[in-house]
Design a protein around this ligand. Sequence first.
Ligand code: ACO
Ligand code: ZN
Length: 497
Amino acid sequence: MSPSALNGETAVGPEGPRQKSRATIDTIRVGCIAMVEKDGQARRAEILSIRDTKSGRQFYCNFDNFNKRLDEWVPVKRIDFDQDVEWPNPEKDKPKDGKGKNSTAPKRKVVGNKAQKRPGKREQSVASEAVTPHPWPDFTDSQPQSKAPSTPRDLEPKAGETPGANGDDMDVDEDESTLEVKKEGGGFSREAEIEKLRTGGSMTQNPTELARIRNISKVQFGQWDLFPWYFSPYPEAFTQEDVIFICEFCLSYYGDKKSFCRHRSKCTLQHPPGNEIYRDDYVSFFEIDGRRQRTWCRNLCLISKMFLDHKTLYYDVDPFLFYVMTQKSEKGHHLVGYFSKEKESADGYNVACILTLPQYQRKGFGRLLIQFSYELSKIEGKLGSPEKPLSDLGLLSYRQYWSENILELLLECNERDEKSSIEQISSTLAMTTQDVEHTLQALKMQVYHKGEHKLVIPESLIKLREKTKQKQKRFIAPERIQWKPPVFTASSRTWGW
Ligand code: ACO
Ligand code: ZN
């Protein structure tokens, strides 16, 4: 799948009319919408930042109808100055932090001047017609887009001397100095927001001030080079680096190779710092308490934020358990993906955030993570659902999981000549009745006949299932899960011992 504009993707710029006129390289500014070349086509794009580099001025563009992970720095020649640009509305688009006001290009990086997620964006429709023609609930705000996967490298970093300062402590109860950021008149400064995200508190992003610009270009992680999709609140100093180095076991991060190598020579961790609660010949799962392993879990969140443009990603890790999936080699347990789960979810969510590292995506690991989350719910005797909103990729994966499993169950019932109901499907699969119902509707399996509602399986789905059955899929073997629901005291949200 090549990156392309897709229907229903979020549009750039605020609603309402804007002034239009010609701009020059010196007058175009942050907040302007211009025609910018992308993949050989002129597209509307909003300028989010401007910088001067050795090779000339560059503009950070967010393209109309493209997922934000396809934002990029473009040189002047890709901007069409023969067409009018739309100027930011001085009142509506006023920068929240007082930056980006100058009409001339600033020497230093300037961050976008308004909310990333404007009201109404999330309300726009999502379902990609190419993926499913059926109506689905609008859980998300963007579209699937492909992204070049990470490239493996052949060289493992050489060991160095002493461990780096950050992150290699396995803290149980680290002293917290949480930086409180005051909301003055509803505004956050960008610096304060990032500091807040980085140093503590919830990672719920302030809707009026989001870090819109990808700040890390490349990450060396184990044998892989990762190319982040989104902003992640690593310390400012790290954003100046061409590449940052992350220890794939303890997840601590380094801006220079020497200190990273020194760290690697000392780091003894070979698996996530928790109990291995599942093992088969393909993957293992470890359960990690955010409170007991705060640094490790925060480092995991920092990594995952690079690939999640999720409305809420919790950096306050204490209230969460992390279920981390690994694959084993002679070097240790390599991180493949994870999901986090609130210790107590008032909304009945069984997953908060879910991620497969990009080098492992589209290989069936997401399906295993999702299955694992539902297996835990079955053991708990609860119904579960992922936290909303889902990302584009999250929605695709969940739809697939729900559809496959519901269809499979209904066919089994059919073979045994048993009746099935939404409640029965829901309790057997630990899915909420709402998720079951939406799936049945989307698959057109629910019919009303003579005042009765019935479940029918269209012939086309049976054929599709025959086809997909030929694909070798892997599953979690529930009987191998060694787990009892942990007990937490409500006040401390910690282990009840
Ligand atoms: N395009 C089309 N369909 C897709 C795509 C895609 N890029 N990715 C997944 N799917 C669908 C497919 O139907 C696929 O089944 P198939 O391969 O048999 O057709 C199904 O989802 C499962 O795919 P997996 O390979 O098992 O999933 P993967 O390991 O790639 O993980 C995940 C999915 C976790 C969503 C991954 O894409 C990811 O980490 N994305 C970035 C982070 C993210 O968006 N997380 C979800 C946020 S929502 C939340 O946290 C609650
Ligand atoms: Zn380490």
